[in-house]
Design a protein around this ligand. Structure first.
Ligand code: SF4
Ligand code: SF4
Length: 339
């Protein structure tokens, strides 16, 4: 029985990460939303509907993840989710900080919203609220209870930093107790606010990451919960693949920018843009000129924006390669393993 697998990129599935607004009721320390780059507007329902249609291709599966800001602040989120499902999106996910505004749980059903993904960054009120804001632990755990009690499938996203690494080990038992189905451990990235002066104090070292994250994921799996985390460091000989070149992921922002690489989102180098209800290529130079480059360190955008993730031998060759930020390791919940 092999519980662990690297989730391969799929070229026959479209995943859209749809930021329908950038407004949020919280101000988390590591927030990656950058209104200067992503816009400040809230998309009206008819625009959301048109853009959802744009990314559907006949004969190809498609999934949508609604994001913000806080997407439940959008008064039409429940309707947008229903429209996405009726158009043919195979799965609809809502990433939320747990406040679940606009009665979204009451106005939708598990047949429409496949997953609510809750962001919580501490096992205790003290640590979570120091990162995400006062009252956010209470609101998020109440939101989880409400969604689970209404029969929705749920995930929990824990963004690991130096501030909350010590509480990660407490999460598997809590997640099991709360009835959550999936556990996503996320790496703090150097985007948005965390790219500022606090980056040195927030980001984990390679050994902190390797020593803690896989072990916690296996503990969650022992409790029947499927756990996923970014692979980050490639093993020797493991092939490097850039998702922007071999998968169909689109990161859409309300200012019409569309990126293929999430590490590019802090810069005005989006390769695509929505104009007159069409997806059009932007002029050069853009992200596509960067992610086509082959370098010995692996991911070129990591080399550019997160060079602190890398180490070199005395002769200048990299000690290891960093994989695509979208490459995930999955540890299946022990009771879900089929082999
Ligand atoms: S809940 Fe999300 S969008 Fe809102 S401040 Fe926190 S990280 Fe940013
Ligand atoms: S993170 Fe790196 S490997 Fe992944 S899509 Fe961006 S440039 Fe490509």
């Amino acid at each position: 029985m092999n519980r662990k697998r690297t989730v391969a990129f799929a070229s026959n599935v479209t995943n859209i990460f749809f930021h329908i607004l950038t407004k949020c009721n919280l101000a988390c320390r590591h927030c990656y939303i950058n209104p200067e780059q992503h816009g400040k507007n809230t998309l009206p329902l008819d625009t959301i509907t048109e853009w959802l249609k744009l990314f559907l291709t006949r004969g190809r599966d498609a999934n949508v993840i609604f994001l913000g800001g806080e997407p439940t602040l959008h008064p039409d989120l429940a309707v947008a989710a229903e429209l996405a499902k009726s158009m043919g999106y195979g799965s609809v996910t809502v990433d939320t900080n747990g406040y679940l505004f606009n009665d979204v749980v009451d106005r939708s059903t598990p047949g429409v919203i496949d997953y609510f993904s809750f962001s919580l960054d501490g096992a205790t009120r003290e640590i979570n609220d120091a990162i995400r804001g006062k009252g956010s632990y209470e609101a998020c755990t109440a939101g989880i209870r409400k969604a689970v009690s209404r029969g929705f499938s749920t995930s929990l996203i824990y963004t690991v930093s130096r501030m909350n690494l010590h509480e990660l080990e407490l999460m598997p038992e809590l997640i099991a107790e709360w009835g959550i189905d999936r556990f996503f451990i996320q790496v703090i990235g150097l985007r948005g606010k965390s790219a500022g002066s606090q980056s040195d104090t927030l980001q984990l070292t390679r050994s902190e990451w390797m020593d803690t994250i896989p072990e916690t994921a296996f503990r969650a799996s022992d409790l029947g919960i499927t756990a996923t985390y970014p692979k980050v460091y490639l093993e020797p000989g493991e092939p490097f693949e850039c998702a922007a070149l071999c998968a169909e992921n689109y990161f859409i922002f309300p200012n019409r920018r569309v990126y293929r690489c999430p590490l590019c989102e802090d810069f005005p180098i989006n390769g695509l843009r929505i104009e007159n209800d069409k997806i059009v290529e932007t002029s050069k130079i853009n992200e596509a000129d960067l992610y086509q480059l082959t370098i010995p360190e692996g991911c070129v955008m990591n080399r550019l924006v997160q060079p602190g993730n890398l180490s070199y031998h005395d002769d200048g060759t990299p000690e290891y390669r960093v994989g695509c930020c979208l490459l995930k390791e999955e540890i299946r919940g022990l009771f879900n393993c089929k082999e």
